[in-house]
Design a protein around this ligand. Structure first.
Ligand SMILES: *[C@@H]1O[C@H](CO)[C@@H](O)[C@H](O)[C@H]1NC(C)=O
Ligand SMILES: *[C@@H]1O[C@H](CO)[C@@H](O)[C@H](O)[C@H]1NC(C)=O
Length: 449
């Protein structure tokens, strides 16, 4: 969910933001180019209603709501919280979700979980999700103590929730070369060796979210699920102090090796899903880890560095290519210090620097160039489902590129605006996303007898 919009050039020319002059941009309305709408229902507006004026906040509120079909949220209380968020005000986003999380947490601990285990689980899952949401905009200041305290709270509530699942979730630490991979295993109720899906996040999400994104949907289909985090991702960044690494097979191979030690995992049916920036990380790992039977990229990314440069905008991209560290860093610092700079831009930089563990915008952009499938894509052997969101504002064009490079191994699927599935990562359309991608996965597994 990376975003650095091309507004740097505006600042470069000495013009400062004065609030939402050209902001928020309306999501690209491609409805009139959709042949179905042209021939059948030409007046249909395929743009979702805006919940919060601030584009970035709107996206993240929708991301929380998106967990509702899978125990991650209740719609009304999130809409009430959303109405307390002030455009461009990061603290207001924290406060709205932190207050909600505290309220739901109080309801959760008031329940006798022996008498009402399902209700307690529902509430703990929700309070945990809301504590995570409260953290989303805090990474601009690395010493903000809330980065750690909110994470502790979400993990504690989440642990209570997963202990109350019919098959309790299991927290695991898997040893990698010189770091550990935290993971949670969710077992299906089916007996014997089962197909297993590894779920991984991207640039900002947490492994805990993934149960509400795809995990529960997979478990309900008789597929075991393991969610994990690697360097740069929430717990590894916090507790092992590690930023992203491009060699994602260093994270995935130990997870696959661990799965092969389990009695309940079918060794021939292990798949990997990457979400958001994970749409790069998963195919990257699959280029070097050939024990995977299938890969799902939600959505596909071929060259992360290229999209970061285009998000920086042409002027700054030129400065980056010219190696002008000083100018790019100065620009980055200016934006981070400008309270009314667009949230999307300010958040994208804060989050990018935090997860790549650098205080330099230039260094972040340069590091990002190493995250490409160029030169390794032809090492992938597993079939890959490649989603593309019709209105993906972060990675436009990347999914198509990956599908073209993969050729016969790719199954490309466009998620359209008209179905409400055109946002980055199919935010707001998780049921449809799971239907399409997991049906594909079940069909691949069925052929792997
Ligand atoms: C970052 O947070 C710490 C701890 O709350 C605080 O002492 C410090 O002043 C903050 N730094 C900035 C630049 O806001
Ligand atoms: C971890 O291992 C990688 C490669 O094996 C190496 O590049 C890196 O420096 C190591 N990091 C630490 C902290 O030892």
């Amino acid at each position: 969910m990376v975003v650095i919009r091309s507004l740097y050039s505006v600042i470069l020319n000495g013009i400062y933001f004065t609030g939402a002059v050209a902001w928020p941009l309306q999501p690209l309305d491609l409805a009139q180019h959709d042949p179905r709408t042209e021939t059948q229902i030409p007046m249909t507006n395929a743009t979702p209603v805006t919940l919060v004026a601030d584009e970035s906040f709107n996206f993240n509120v929708l991301a929380v709501l998106s967990g509702a079909p899978y125990e991650g949220a209740d719609i009304g209380e999130v809409l009430v919280a959303a109405n307390n968020i002030i455009e461009g005000d990061f603290e207001s986003f924290h406060d709205a979700f932190n207050d909600l999380a505290n309220r739901v947490h109080a309801q959760a601990i008031a329940i006798d979980d022996k008498k009402h285990p399902l209700s307690a689980r529902n509430l703990f899952f929700k309070s945990a999700a809301y504590y995570r949401a409260a953290d989303a905009y805090l990474h601009g200041n690395w010493s903000d103590p809330r980065i750690m305290t909110l994470w502790q709270k979400q993990a504690e509530d989440y642990n209570k929730a997963i202990a109350l699942l019919h098959q309790p979730g299991e927290r695991i630490e898997i040893q990698a070369d010189n770091f550990t991979v935290p993971a949670i295993f969710f077992k299906t109720s089916c007996t014997g060796k089962r197909p297993t899906l590894i779920l991984g996040q991207g640039y900002d999400g947490a492994m805990e979210d993934l149960y509400h994104v795809m995990g529960k949907a997979a478990v309900e289909r008789g597929i075991n699920v393991i969610v994990y985090e690697g360097p740069g991702q929430p717990t590894v960044r916090r507790y092992q102090n590690l930023g992203f690494i491009p060699e994602w097979e260093r994270v995935i191979s130990p997870v696959v090796s661990y799965l092969l030690t389990r009695e309940d995992v079918d060794a021939d049916k292990i798949a990997l899903m990457g979400y958001s920036f994970g749409g790069f990380l998963a195919p990257r790992a699959a280029a070097f880890e050939h024990r995977l039977a299938a890969v799902i990229a939600i959505d596909g990314i071929y060259d992360f560095g290229e999209s970061i440069l285009s998000q920086f905008g042409e002027g700054p991209a030129e400065l980056i290519r010219a190696g002008n560290k000083e100018a790019v860093d100065e620009l980055g610092k200016q934006i981070q210090a400008t309270a009314n700079a667009p949230t999307t831009v300010r958040w994208g930089l804060n989050q990018g620097e935090w997860t790549f563990k650098t205080q330099s915008a230039y260094d972040y952009a340069v590091q990002a160039q190493r995250y490409t499938l160029k030169g390794v894509v032809d090492k992938i052997r597993a079939p890959v489902f490649i989603g593309e969101a019709e209105s993906d504002i972060f990675f436009a064009g990347q999914a198509t590129k990956l599908a073209n490079e993969l050729g016969d191994l790719a199954t490309y699927h466009l998620f359209p605006n008209l179905d409400g599935a055109g946002e980055h990562c199919q935010i707001g359309a998780s049921v449809m996303m799971n239907q399409v991608s997991l049906d594909w996965l079940e069909d691949v597994f069925a052929k792997t007898q």
